[in-house]
Every structure is written in structure tokens, then in C-alpha cells.
Write a protein that binds this ligand. Structure first.
Ligand SMILES: Cc1cc2nc3c(=O)[nH]c(=O)nc-3n(C[C@H](O)[C@H](O)[C@H](O)COP(=O)(O)O)c2cc1C
Length: 176
């Protein structure tokens, strides 16, 4: 585990950075961890694959998020990529509907695979990960995981987020 020294000099204005970031398109996911009443999860756009051999992913989690310390304590997390028909889940796990803690997890939506953390069944794809490393970076911690189990629903279309709105992708050429 390693930390970094902040603040850094000569950076752009935070407000301008946030405005520019609104134009970036992100895929919408839920990062989840814990078990039973200790389950916690949050909606994220800052989660991506890291490498394929071995299969590794990373997620940037705000230290203030309830799931943050649960991921570190459990040593595992899931990365669940949401489909375009799962906007309600994205809103629930971003606290937009006022829900908190383990109450965000509906019994029929979540499964357990290898690590025992909640894994979303009807996602585009879900990755069950053992926490390999964590790197502190200012307000966030980069959680690095090795994928030990996965679900892939090939018929699902990904949910995206840009300009402060949820949406779905339009492919220019569906034949390629
Ligand atoms: C579209 C979207 C993307 C988000 N991406 C992240 C992210 O990448 N990392 C993060 O820590 N929080 C992110 N958040 C904020 C968390 O989902 C939100 O603060 C959540 O309520 C934190 O969980 P808690 O309420 O259990 O503490 C995002 C929110 C939205 C709506």
C-alpha cells in the first residue's frame, strides 16, 4: 500500500476541471463490498480494466463513501457494469433516492460468487475481485483488484453518463 503527497503545484482550477469533465462519457457501474448487513455499495464512473493477464481492474473510491472502509476491511470488491435499463440502480447507489447502507441491496438482484461480496446478476458484466493493492490519492483511494469470478450478460446494452445525464450508446455501424 502506498500514499502520495498532496496538494500538487500548478494545477488547473478545480471548477474548470469539473466543467470539462462533464463532457467526458463514462460507463456507469456499482462497486460493492461486505456481507449481510455490512454490505455497502456506490455508483461509480471511475472504474476500468487495468490488465488482462492476470485479469485486473481498478476503481477510484472517495474516502468518504461508506463502501470505502468496507472494501479495505473485507479485502474484496465487485465491479458491476450497469445496463441501460438499470438507471434506478445507478440512482439508488448514488443516494439519489435517499437510500443508505445495506438497504440498497434488493435480495433478488445480488448473488455471491468466489469472494462472498455482492455481485449483481443482471448487469452487462460483473467482476468479483480480491483486493490486490490500494493507493491513496488526495480525496480518493484507487482500489486494485484481481478478478476471480465474473458474470457476462451478452444481450445487455451499457448505461452511460455524460453532461450530468444518464443515457445509452448509439453505434454508427452495428455490422462491424
Ligand atoms: C454518475 C455518477 C458517478 C459517480 N462516480 C463516482 C466515482 O467514480 N467514485 C466515487 O467515489 N463516487 C462516485 N460517485 C458518487 C457516489 O456514487 C455517491 O457519493 C454515493 O452516494 C457514495 O456512497 P455512500 O452514499 O454510500 O457514501 C458517482 C455518482 C454518480 C451519480
Amino acid at each position: 500500500m502506498s500514499g502520495q503527497v498532496f496538494p500538487v503545484p500548478n494545477h488547473v482550477e478545480t471548477a474548470a476541471f469539473k466543467t470539462a469533465l462533464r463532457a467526458v462519457v463514462g460507463s456507469v457501474s456499482i462497486v460493492a463490498s461486505g456481507q449481510g448487513t455490512d454490505r455497502r455499495g456506490l455508483t461509480v464512473t471511475a472504474a476500468v480494466s487495468l490488465c488482462a493477464d492476470p485479469p485486473m481492474v481498478l476503481a477510484c473510491i472517495n474516502r468518504g463513501a461508506e463502501a470505502h472502509d468496507v472494501i479495505l476491511a473485507t479485502g474484496a470488491f465487485s465491479w458491476n457494469v450497469l445496463s441501460a435499463d438499470q438507471v434506478q440502480l445507478a440512482e439508488r447507489f448514488a443516494a439519489m433516492d435517499g437510500s443508505k447502507g445495506a438497504a440498497r441491496f434488493a435480495a433478488d438482484e445480488w448473488d455471491e460468487r468466489v469472494t462472498g461480496v455482492p455481485v449483481l446478476r443482471q448487469s452487462v458484466c460483473s467482476f468479483d475481485c480480491r483486493l490486490q493493492d490500494s493507493v491513496e490519492a488526495a480525496t480518493h483511494t484507487i482500489m486494485i483488484g484481481v478478478v476471480v469470478g465474473q458474470i457476462h450478460n451478452k444481450d445487455k446494452v451499457p448505461l452511460i453518463y455524460s453532461l450530468g445525464k444518464f443515457g445509452r450508446m448509439e453505434y454508427f455501424d452495428s455490422d462491424r
